[in-house]
Design a protein around this ligand. Structure first.
Ligand SMILES: C[S@@+](CC[C@H](N)C(=O)[O-])C[C@H]1O[C@@H](n2cnc3c(N)ncnc32)[C@H](O)[C@@H]1O
Length: 376
């Protein structure tokens, strides 16, 4: 598929577009993407081959897509693709970009210059890093992810409760300890690809030098998008973003300039089972997303009636009567469930839903919040 199809304003969902992301994105309508994950060229500037002590060559990143003539050329490239992503992001959306010390500081400065608002920097600590074979520097054991909103006043999605759930009930921190991609997850070329499709991976050469672990993308996508939303990866490579987006019930779009990688990614994603159809299985409920229900809705629904008594903290001597408009009346004073509750609490803030109780048909006192839950 080419970018031309997006000119018709129909987003090419769940597909890979071949080409340079800077020009392909120019065909997208503005504000149509919920989440961008970008793993751009690192600009590694490798000057010599790297060999292991056992005389095997390290397959690092030495492809044409990672070569730039100068820092200035890399910066110009970075500015162009970031600007293109900023244009297509919705105000509720956000962008993740991953990099190493070679590029992440340049990318971070350009993000800020363009008006992106950095929300976090996350350190991916590699639990099984590649050693520094020549022993001349520290082992490079992490990469940095920048998470940014398209502007300072944007309101990006953050799935706080899903992240807590994923972390056994504790807030997710910004240091992520995950292994690099290996074992049966690592895609390999030739006959091995066929084997991996059947579930066992062979020992051919790596299909992509910088395939990211699915666990990393799982956390990125689950944290900052909702089921059914659109995730864009402008540097799709072997398609890790698409594979995980599909597993998590998100729509996805990949852009990749190398046809060989597109084929690998396409075959990979076709093997991924579809996510369950129920959105409730794909994200934790966020309490603040519950529909706001005014107290008066309980009267309209017939769950309470005008004139009925409510009891402050279950104390039968401190009651108020409900007025037809949802106000509570007591001793000639009227106010909302929160205002009258606060008055009886000596001015302290009061959540009326939890402090006022009604009497059910069995004579038991129950919080009015139970009625609200029933109505929801
Ligand atoms: C670091 S790799 C991404 C790897 C990917 N995250 C994965 O897990 O497989 C960067 C990819 O971007 C592609 N690429 C480089 N420049 C590009 C451009 N201007 N437009 C689209 N793709 C590009 C490269 O061919 C390469 O596959």
């Amino acid at each position: 598929m080419t970018g031309r199809q997006t000119r018709a304003r129909v987003l090419p969902l769940d597909s890979i577009l071949e080409g340079d992301c800077r020009s392909v994105l120019a065909d997208f309508p503005p504000a149509c993407i919920d989440l961008v994950f970008a793993d751009p060229p690192y600009n590694l500037q490798l000057s010599q081959e790297l060999w292991r002590p056992n005389q095997t060559r390290v397959s690092g990143v030495d492809e044409a897509w990672d070569r730039f003539d100068s820092f200035a050329a890399y910066d110009e490239f970075t500015r162009a693709w970031l600007r293109a992503c900023q244009r297509v992001l919705k105000p509720t959306g956000s962008l993740w970009v991953i990099g190493t010390y070679h590029n992440i500081y340049r990318v971070g400065a350009i993000l800020q210059d363009l008006g992106f608002w950095i929300l976090n920097d996350v350190v991916w600590i590699k639990t099984n890093p590649m050693p520094n074979f020549r022993g001349v520097r520290f082992t490079n054991a992490h990469e940095t992810l920048l998470w940014a909103a398209p502007s300072r006043d944007a309101r990006p999605t953050f799935q706080h409760h899903s992240m807590k759930g994923l972390n056994d009930g504790l807030q997710m921190r910004s240091d992520w300890h995950l292994p690099i991609c290996g074992g049966s997850e690592r895609l390999r070329l030739g006959a091995a690809i066929e084997a991996s499709e059947k579930g066992s991976n062979g020992r051919g050469p790596k299909a992509h030098a910088t395939q990211k672990p699915e666990a990393l993308l799982y956390r990125v996508i689950l944290s900052s998008s909702r089921p059914g939303e659109v995730v864009l990866d402008p540097f799709f490579g072997s398609g890790t973003t698409g594979a995980v987006a599909k597993r998590l019930g998100r729509r996805w779009i990949g852009i990749e300039r190398e046809p060989g990688y597109i084929e690998i990614a396409r075959r990979r994603i076709a093997q991924v089972p579809a996510a369950p159809g129920e959105a409730a299985l794909l994200e934790a409920p966020e309490p603040r997303r519950k529909t706001r229900l005014p107290f008066g809705a309980l009267l309209e629904a017939g769950l309470l009636r005008p004139g009925q008594r409510l009891y402050f903290r279950g104390d039968r001597r401190r009651s108020a009567r409900i007025r037809a408009d949802g106000a509570l009346v007591r001793d000639g004073r009227a106010g909302s469930i929160h205002q009258l509750g606060s008055l009886l609490s000596g001015g302290a803030p009061c959540n009326g839903w939890l402090t006022w109780l009604y009497q059910d048909e069995d004579g038991v006192l129950r919080a009015i919040d139970e009625l609200r839950a029933r109505l929801r």
